[in-house]
Design a protein around this ligand. Structure first.
Ligand code: C2E
Ligand code: MG
Ligand code: MG
Ligand code: MG
Length: 283
């Protein structure tokens, strides 16, 4: 009887909704196989200093090439991974790969180079609940004898509203290991400024939605300038996301933004292309 009720309830869904739900279930099944079958990879997008143009930072972005569907965007499969509890395993894999890449990047630095290089990695709030992938990150840095500062975690504002002791403890642990935190998509979440005071945040990443119309919308310019000024007064660095035009870049330089990231500079690219680009950088 309960089964029949379940079935009736299911029938309230439109066929389109049913189809979408089934696609999601299938995506979840495929995602389980993806890790084992090496369908995942990391791309790297440079985050140049706006003042000098030099590249000492890059963001690692996860890519999934599905055997039948081709590339599936992370915005589609990350939420599925979170729901299915796969994000810890995937996150651990991402950390290991990112550390391996930053190690190769450091090896390419000329002897005596003083500039630290850094790869930033996105971490889901779920990864802070269990902490197992963060453990992998710390172990991997330790094993390779790398300083924590060569990795930074990109977290979202929502995580900071989570006052559970585990989250606070994990953040403190990362900080003690020298791993910096960047607030991703800044300005789109709750933007409760109080946590900027309480938490050990190193960088704000201004969300792409404010940068898009920066040169034509006075409100976007005002918000961007205010975020940069506030960040600097708090001793934080600022990255502008989604920089696509020279006019946007010039506007950000005028506003004293520290770093830019976007298609104007480079698209996310596979590791070999990224390291080649770095190798060609003028000293
Ligand atoms: P995000 O962390 O805000 O990453 C920036 C996104 O903006 C990336 O999309 C990047 O490809 C895109 N982007 C960069 N420059 C430009 C530009 O100039 N114009 C436009 N229109 N877009 C630009 P992507 O790679 O599709 O990633 C989407 C989101 O998926 C990321 O947003 C992040 O939240 C999540 N994500 C990606 N990799 C991981 C991962 O390893 N773990 C977790 N938990 N989340 C990830
Ligand atoms: Mg990010
Ligand atoms: Mg972002
Ligand atoms: Mg964003």
């Amino acid at each position: 009887h309960a089964k029949e009720e379940g079935r009736n309830r299911f029938s309230y869904f439109s066929p389109a909704m049913q189809e979408r739900a089934m696609l999601r279930v299938q995506l979840g099944k495929d995602l389980r196989a993806a890790l084992a079958e090496r369908q995942l990879s990391l791309h790297f997008q440079p985050i140049p200093s706006l003042g000098s143009g030099s590249i000492h930072k890059a963001e690692a972005l996860l890519r999934w090439t599905h055997p039948q569907r081709g590339p599936v965007p992370p915005a589609e499969f990350i939420p599925v991974a979170e729901e299915l509890g796969l994000i810890d395993a995937i996150g651990a894999w991402v950390f290991r790969q990112a550390v391996a890449t930053v190690a190769r990047w450091r090896d390419m630095q000329p002897a005596g180079a003083t500039d630290e290089v850094q790869i930033t990695v996105n971490a889901s709030p779920r990864q802070f609940a269990t902490g197992t992938s963060l453990e992998v990150l710390l172990d991997e840095l330790d094993r390779r004898q790398l300083p924590g500062s060569c990795i930074a975690l990109e977290i979202t504002e929502g995580l900071l509203l989570d006052e559970r002791p585990t989250v606070t403890a994990q953040l403190a642990r990362l900080s003690a290991a020298g791993i910096q935190t960047s607030l991703d998509d800044f300005g789109t979440g709750y933007s409760a400024m109080a946590y900027l005071k309480r938490m050990d945040i190193h960088t704000l990443k201004i969300d792409r939605s404010f940068i898009r119309d920066l040169t034509t919308d006075p409100s976007d310019l005002a918000i961007t300038e205010a975020i940069i000024a506030m960040a600097h007064k708090l001793g934080l660095e600022v990255v502008a996301e989604g920089v696509e035009t020279e006019a946007q870049r010039d506007c950000l330089i005028a506003a004293h933004c520290d770093y830019g990231q976007g298609y104007l500079f480079a698209r996310p690219m596979p590791e070999d292309a990224f390291l080649e680009l770095i190798a060609c950088q003028p000293a």
